[in-house]
Design a protein around this ligand. Structure first.
Ligand code: NAD
Length: 359
């Protein structure tokens, strides 16, 4: 069965890191006879430059026709001062919304080889393996009304709307309970129900859905406490489920527990397991073009694509083992070296992963 992948390198370090992940995909395609078809497209600042929109119609047509999408990252100072509707991030929000990619999976796992790269004590983070399930197409990032207006006193005021419907909460809760069933069977739902009515409903609906998953132990935590607990005792968590904005913040916090944002993959899925796979980090304009970026988050995102969109867990595991073997050999880009180690380039890490996959 042919499977179609759209590759969107994006901006900044995007083309460098995606280039290495594409080599990995092509290698497993050949080795395991997977019949994958790759096509390329534009998203973000590069799309605005070439086609006048961060999410051009052409990209939208391409995205509709594939089974999965691999994205690098979008954004950069070049586009920071342009009109809001042409901001690269608008392209990302638009593709997520259009494809109804409501379930964002962000694993935060600490490779034992990198325990020293975390800013937390090794005993606090050793063995860390958390999955944050973030609702991605609702909440305050999309809620209407929104804007900046003048109030009755003549002062400007900015406003947004934090809104979740019952079906939106229910479907992300199901995804999170099912993910927990496949892992440690513990789910923590994060809200701010002591202050925000929208999250009072969130909590109520999560409790209702829990009745269908008696094998999963459900707990609730306020977001401020969750942020604190993530840095105090992160290993207490297995799966965390939360809304769009809290998930954005908590998953970045969790990512730093692991030492480098350059190691962390993500998947954003719709109800049919069509997915957009991308590293958690941004386009890192400060190191773009230097061949210094860590490609492992993108390579691990490609691994997630095999697991979640194609149901090929064994291919995902082969890629993940190759990454672990490269770390065992001590190959590290600058973001994960410890004192005394010499960093290697993006290409060298890619070469090493391919070597491990071919051996
Ligand atoms: P960033 O994640 O791009 O960079 C933060 C820091 O981490 C930088 O020092 C960078 O060099 C480093 N870093 C990131 N990825 C790395 C990698 N693979 N290897 C080594 N080091 C890496 O975040 P930022 O600086 O806040 O944002 C830069 C641009 O990226 C902005 O335009 C922002 O809007 C955009 N952004 C895009 C996405 C996305 O496409 N999903 C996400 C976040 C930020």
């Amino acid at each position: 069965m042919s499977r179609k992948i759209l590759v969107l390198p994006g901006d900044g370090i995007g083309p460098e890191i995606v280039g290495q992940a594409v080599r990995v995909i092509e290698t497993v395609n050949e080795k395991y006879g997977l019949d994958l078809e790759l096509s390329h497209g534009l998203l973000g600042g590069c799309a605005t430059d070439e086609l006048g929109s961060p999410y051009p119609d052409e990209t939208s047509r391409q995205a509709a026709a594939v089974d999965a999408i691999l994205l690098g990252a979008v954004g950069g100072p070049k586009w920071d001062d342009g009109p809001r509707e042409l901001r690269p991030e608008r392209g990302l929000l638009a593709i997520r919304k259009e494809l109804q990619l409501f379930a964002n999976f962000r694993p935060a796992m600490l490779y034992p080889q990198l325990a020293g790269a975390s800013t937390l004590k090794p005993e606090v983070v050793a063995g860390l393996d958390i999955l944050i399930v973030r609702e991605l197409t609702g909440g305050i990032y999309f809620g209407e009304p929104r804007g900046i207006r003048e109030n009755a006193d003549g002062d400007r005021e900015g406003y947004n709307t934090y809104i979740y419907s019952e079906p939106e909460v229910r479907r992300i809760a199901h995804v999170a309970f099912q993910a927990a069933q496949k892992r440690g069977k513990k789910l923590c739902s994060v809200d701010k129900s002591n202050v925000l009515e929208a999250t009072v409903l969130w909590k109520e609906v999560v409790n209702q859905v829990a009745a269908e998953y008696p094998d999963v132990e459900l707990s609730h935590m306020y977001v401020d406490n969750a942020a604190m607990q993530l840095v105090r005792a992160p290993k207490q968590f297995d799966v965390i489920v939360t809304g769009n904005m809290f998930g954005d913040i908590l998953s970045d916090c969790a990512s730093m527990l692991t030492g480098s944002i350059g190691m962390l993959p993500s998947a954003s899925l719709n109800a049919d397991n069509k997915g957009l796979y991308e590293p958690v980090h941004g386009s890192a304009p400060d190191i773009a073009g230097q061949g210094a970026a860590n490609p492992l988050a993108t390579i691990l995102s490609a691994a997630m694509m095999f697991r979640y969109s194609f149901g090929l867990g064994e291919i995902a595991a082969a890629i993940e083992s190759a990454v672990a073997a490269v770390l065992d050999d001590g190959l590290r880009t600058a973001d994960i070296v410890t004192e005394g180690e010499t960093p290697v380039s993006t290409q060298q890490v890619g070469d090493a992963v391919l070597d491990k996959l071919s051996s």
